[in-house]
Design a protein around this ligand. Structure first.
Ligand SMILES: *[C@@H]1O[C@H](CO)[C@@H](O)[C@H](O)[C@H]1NC(C)=O
Length: 342
């Protein structure tokens, strides 16, 4: 390649004594800031959805569901899909969007989640990935072609509840589902061929009710019917306990073996309290500490690398967070955009 004489001289002999022309020759390339992504993990029933909404109301965020049953359309009661009301206007991605009879795999999730993350960050907002399917999250983050890690920094939060306490809660939750009309919701998913290996039919509740729906129309005795329902409900509870342990085991593995940095929040006391006290405990033990963790992650505090984070968090969202003091300990100093956290 022919290098023009003048340029080659400039390249090999930078004019060190002249800072201005030196800069022209060797432009200081700032490393491109990676966009940031928050991940909320935890076993079923620990309050992940609630936490994600709490965070999304403090930071300018949108939510990407990573629960492999909630991605399908239908079974809103049985899969514990967050209601429209509880979403409090926060946009959700991959929630009830897939055909219930298709098979939405971890690699489908990875592709769809990458697209969603891109669209959320491109409008200056923070993506929060939330859901109990750790295999989905792992497929996205520890991808063979490094797509995620090369573009994004991530921060993992995990909501922990001690197992016996969680067992009690999820058992009550299944009873509540029954009262809310679970049996009628499940009936259309009954498969006379007994195949529950694809799509939404894998959801806890569908296979468990197979025997009931097989016999339902032949049994006249209400007592016997009742007993069959109870058996199915008990199976659901047992399988939910198993699922919670599996989820927790996977989180431990990601932390201990794969060395993911996962920040844990102990929500156990929240589940041992009621009403106002439970709300207070949630704020103290989960919502506020995690908002502080996310703020630290976004603003790289105290390394003064504030600019990158502010792209993700709109000033108005920040100000309203300060005003409502949902996360005490944050102070927006007079010289915005400086933010201090203590
Ligand atoms: C979580 O909190 C509960 C209740 O305060 C406590 O009994 C338990 O040991 C804590 N778990 C962890 C892992 O710190």
């Amino acid at each position: 390649m022919n290098i023009p004489r003048v340029m080659s001289r400039n390249v090999t002999q930078p004019q060190i004594n002249s800072p201005s022309s030196g800069r022209k020759l060797n432009p200081i390339k700032l490393p491109r800031q990676k966009e940031k992504v928050v991940v909320v993990m935890g076993a079923t029933g620990t309050g992940k959805s609630r936490l994600s909404i709490d965070l999304a109301t403090v930071f300018h965020a949108q939510i990407i569901n990573s629960d492999k049953m909630q991605v399908y359309e239908g079974l809103d009661i049985v899969t514990n899909k967050i209601t429209k009301e509880d979403r409090r206007g926060v946009p959700h991605h991959l929630l009830g969007t897939e055909s219930p009879y298709s098979e939405f795999t971890a690699s489908h999730f990875r592709d769809a989640a990458l697209l969603a993350i891109e669209s959320i960050t491109s409008c200056g907002q923070l993506p929060i990935i939330v859901g109990g399917s750790n295999s989905y999250i792992e497929a996205l983050i520890d991808d063979y072609d490094y797509k995620f890690r090369s573009r994004y920094d991530f921060c993992c939060l995990s909501v922990d509840v001690s197992m016996p306490v969680l067992d009690q809660y999820v058992a009550k939750r299944v009873d509540q589902m029954l009262e809310n009309g679970m049996v009628d919701e499940l009936r259309p998913l009954f498969n006379p061929k007994g195949d529950y290996s694809r799509g939404i039919r894998k959801a806890i509740g569908v296979p468990e009710f197979d025997q009931y729906f097989r016999k339902e129309s032949f049994i006249m005795d209400e007592g016997i019917k009742q007993r069959l329902v109870e058996e199915a409900v008990n199976e659901m509870k047992k399988n939910t306990y198993k699922l919670a342990r599996k989820q927790l085991g996977k989180i431990h593995r990601l932390h201990n073996v794969k060395r993911w940095k996962i920040q844990r929040l102990n929500a156990t006391t929240v589940f041992c309290k009621h009403g106002e006290e439970a709300e207070e405990a949630w704020k103290k033990k989960v919502a506020e500490p995690s908002a502080r963790m996310v703020a630290r992650f976004l603003f790289d505090f105290p390394s003064a690398n504030v600019g990158a984070g502010l792209r993700l968090c709109s000033p108005s969202a920040l100000r309203s967070a300060m005003a409502t003091a949902t996360c005490d300990g944050y102070v927006l100093t007079a010289g915005y955009p400086r933010l201090s956290i203590f």
